[in-house]
Design a protein around this ligand. Structure first.
Ligand code: PMP
Length: 328
């Protein structure tokens, strides 16, 4: 679907996957007006197909567009475009358990010119790719590197938007994580380099167990404006509450994490996002200290939440919150 200033959205087309040709002066290549989303379509037990919370992705896409001075795509148009592609590619939606069809809606400037300004033409596209189970051999905890030198986003920046530039800026820290033998980078806040923000491509959750009544309390870093408001994060706030846990959005510092780990109050840490759903965090490395999270194995609460979410997505349990968007 194209957008042109003065004309709005026009020319929706469903076409076979093919390369695009790009002008060397295309403004996206120079000024990075480029935003995207990621969501999944799951096969349902009756053979039908459903996407998970496309409305939430559509709304986040609008928020990203506003932050990058791009036109907002109507929510219905975003969902209709995803529906059209999934309907066309229905045969590609796997029918095995956790497998899915991953959808990648994205929008970028198509105006040609060298002046820095919001473009007057954009293209919105959705592509799809079958996604296997993230952990085919069983859920495996990841090791994380706390990035102290680099930050993903600063207050007033684009951290809450899902824009291409955020990911370009994260690559050097991800490479640093690999150099330290870690799977993923964990971002800290830009000002104090003290508060936990999120992991590369996933939000984080911390599980505490009170000494007094052994009741679990589940905490996720609050949305400060510099981390991505994940849809999996949002869904887990609800699911955890449904399962009877005490849930909160709060600030969590590196010291809280380290001390909670040492005194046994912090029992589990996991990351969540569309791609892996829920991934346990097994160990932490930083310039200051290294530690293993509890016993380094996937925790009980982590696995319970993971099962509950996947069961909703794959239609095994009832969709009591109206999150699944059925396509027949
Ligand atoms: N943080 C970042 C930086 C991400 O790229 C993603 C993936 N979209 C997430 C968090 C998790 O968001 P969601 O649950 O919507 O996939």
């Amino acid at each position: 679907i194209r957008w042109t200033e003065g004309r709005g959205w026009h020319d929706a087309q469903l076409v076979p996957y093919a390369p695009l040709s790009i002008d060397p002066a295309n403004m996206t290549l120079h000024y990075a007006q480029s935003i995207f989303e990621g969501l999944k379509a799951y096969r349902q037990p009756d053979g039908g197909v459903a996407t998970f919370r496309p409305q939430a992705n559509a709304e986040r896409f609008q928020a990203s567009a506003r932050r990058l001075a791009m036109p907002e795509l109507p929510v219905e148009t975003f969902i209709a475009a995803c529906d059209a592609l999934v309907t066309q590619d229905k045969a590609w939606v796997p029918s095995e358990g956790e497998q899915s069809l991953y959808l990648r809606p994205f929008m970028f400037a198509t105006e040609v010119g060298l002046g820095v300004k919001p473009a007057n033409e954009y293209l919105f596209i959705v592509i799809a790719s079958p996604a296997g189970a993230y952990f085919p051999g069983g859920v495996k905890p990841v090791s994380v590197w706390l990035s102290e030198e680099y930050v993903r986003a600063a207050p007033g920046g684009t951290g809450a938007a899902k824009c291409a530039g955020n990911y370009a800026a994260s690559l050097v820290a991800q490479a640093e994580a690999f150099e330290h033998g870690c799977d993923q980078v964990v971002w800290l806040d830009a000002i104090e380099r003290r508060w936990i923000e999120e992991m590369g491509g996933m939000n984080l959750y911390f599980v505490y167990r009170a000494e007094s009544d052994r009741k679990e309390r589940i905490v996720t870093p609050e949305l400060t404006g510099s981390l991505l408001p994940g849809i999996t994060r949002l869904s887990l706030l609800q699911i955890a509450e449904d399962l009877g846990y005490e849930v909160a959005e709060d600030r969590i510092s590196v010291d809280d994490w380290k001390n909670g780990n040492e005194n046994g109050g912090l029992t589990e840490v996991f990351a969540c996002g569309t791609a892996a759903v829920i991934t346990p965090v097994g160990s932490v490395k930083s310039t200051r200290a290294n530690w293993t999270v509890a016993d380094g194995q996937p925790g009980e609460v982590t696995m319970k939440l993971r099962r509950a979410l996947l069961d909703i997505q794959t239609g095994v349990t009832a969709d009591t919150h109206g999150w699944m968007h059925r396509l027949g």
